[in-house]
Design a protein around this ligand. Structure first.
Ligand SMILES: Nc1ncnc2c1ncn2[C@@H]1O[C@H](COP(=O)(O)OP(=O)(O)OP(=O)(O)O)[C@@H](O)[C@H]1O
Ligand SMILES: [Mg+2]
Length: 338
């Protein structure tokens, strides 16, 4: 019996997907012992225990920039999260990787997986995986845009080939920073990024149609450092997302510009498949579609598309019965031929 899982080590969320057991998502934070560098706990548990261990442990986000991470920490996290999956005799893993990962970094990831007891390790470009997770087919001509917390990954498919990939360092956290900056400038109140994120998730919008609302928050007065409670309304944050939104749209526009003219018609027939938690900002799909003049489709669970896609891909990879370390991005379409 081989258990086949997908593993997405994101900046905000670590997600494990198993086509049989479902999806397990955990916040991407770890409490690390300062001296031994061992993991005390991961995810929500880490946040809840941070104060208790504050004299000897540090809370870290281990997967900044989606690229290379500390080997020991990554290995502990991988071991911990895959422990949450019911395991058969063997575990086969497909991991999502950023488009600009260099081969040395790819090799390191494979070695980390192998050291965690996974003998068959595969890697797939994250935007490519997201397309599959959103119900797409890599033999279509289509643009996949995955907006994470730290980065936006783009992949374009044509005739079963990945013809373009890119990563732009803009994502959900840039929207949080825009809220934080705006409230700091306008109201003279410093907010934590997590409070700014809550404001964005509950009230944020880049297109009309979201119900008006308000949220009670706590911050500190910039002038005195004293704690202050305030109510933020939808009205208060209209227009705050302008700068990161522009960068995000430009990244997609730049990708579109690279499409050879004879492929434009077929790629535009399917348009953009938009995924990632960062894409859940209200109205982002509509804004993207109107500005870029291309249809945009979003699945109902965009935050889990990468992990879901990774496990679906895993289910299609033929069993080899031996140790394998392989990037399958460029042969993905062959698994989906009729
Ligand atoms: N309802 C919502 N509205 C707006 N943003 C949301 C919503 N729900 C989640 N998000 C955002 O989604 C982001 C997390 O998405 P995701 O899990 O795809 O990121 P990640 O994969 O961990 O990051 P990366 O791909 O950059 O490594 C956070 O910025 C979070 O604020
Ligand atoms: Mg991601």
């Amino acid at each position: 019996m081989v258990t086949k899982i997908g593993l997405d080590l994101g900046y905000a969320n670590i997600t494990v997907s198993d086509t049989a057991a479902g999806i397990y998502r955990e916040q991407s934070v770890a409490l690390i012992d300062k001296d031994s560098r061992r993991i005390v706990s991961v995810g929500l548990d880490a946040i809840e225990h941070a104060e208790e261990f504050s004299d000897r442990a540090l809370l870290v986000r281990p997967f900044k920039n989606g690229l290379l991470f500390d080997r020991q920490i990554t290995q502990s996290i991988v071991s911990k999260v895959i422990g949450s999956v019911p395991q058969g005799e063997r575990l086969r893993c497909v991991i999502g990787i950023p488009s600009d990962l260099v081969s040395k970094q790819e090799k390191d990831i494979f070695n980390i997986l192998a050291d965690s007891g996974i003998t068959e390790c595969y890697a797939v470009n994250r935007a490519a995986a997201a397309l599959i997770g959103a119900g797409g087919n890599p033999n279509q001509s289509v643009i996949s845009v995955n907006v994470g917390a730290s980065a936006t990954e783009i992949a374009i498919f044509h005739n079963g080939e990945v013809t373009y990939t890119s990563r732009e360092m803009v994502g959900g956290e840039d929207f949080d920073k825009a809220v934080k900056h705006y409230i700091g400038e306008q109201g003279g109140v410093n907010l934590s990024l997590s409070v700014a994120r809550a404001i964005k998730e509950q009230l944020g919008s880049v297109w009309h149609g979201k119900e008006e609302g308000s949220i009670d928050i706590e911050g500190t007065l910039a002038l005195t450092g004293n704690s202050v409670k305030m109510t933020i309304t939808s009205e208060d944050i209209v227009g705050v997302f302008e700068k990161p939104l522009y960068r995000l749209l430009m990244a997609v526009a730049n990708a579109i510009k690279k499409i050879p003219l004879d492929q434009v018609e077929s790629v535009f027939a399917n348009g953009i498949v938009l995924t990632g938690g960062g894409s859940m900002l209200h109205g982002l799909d509509l804004m993207m579609s109107k500005i870029l003049g291309v249809s945009v489709r979003q699945p109902s669970d965009p935050i889990d598309s990468v992990a879901k896609g990774l496990s679906l891909i895993n289910a299609r990879i033929p069993v080899r019965g031996k140790a394998v370390k392989k990037n399958v991005t460029n042969i993905l379409a062959s698994y989906y031929k009729e």
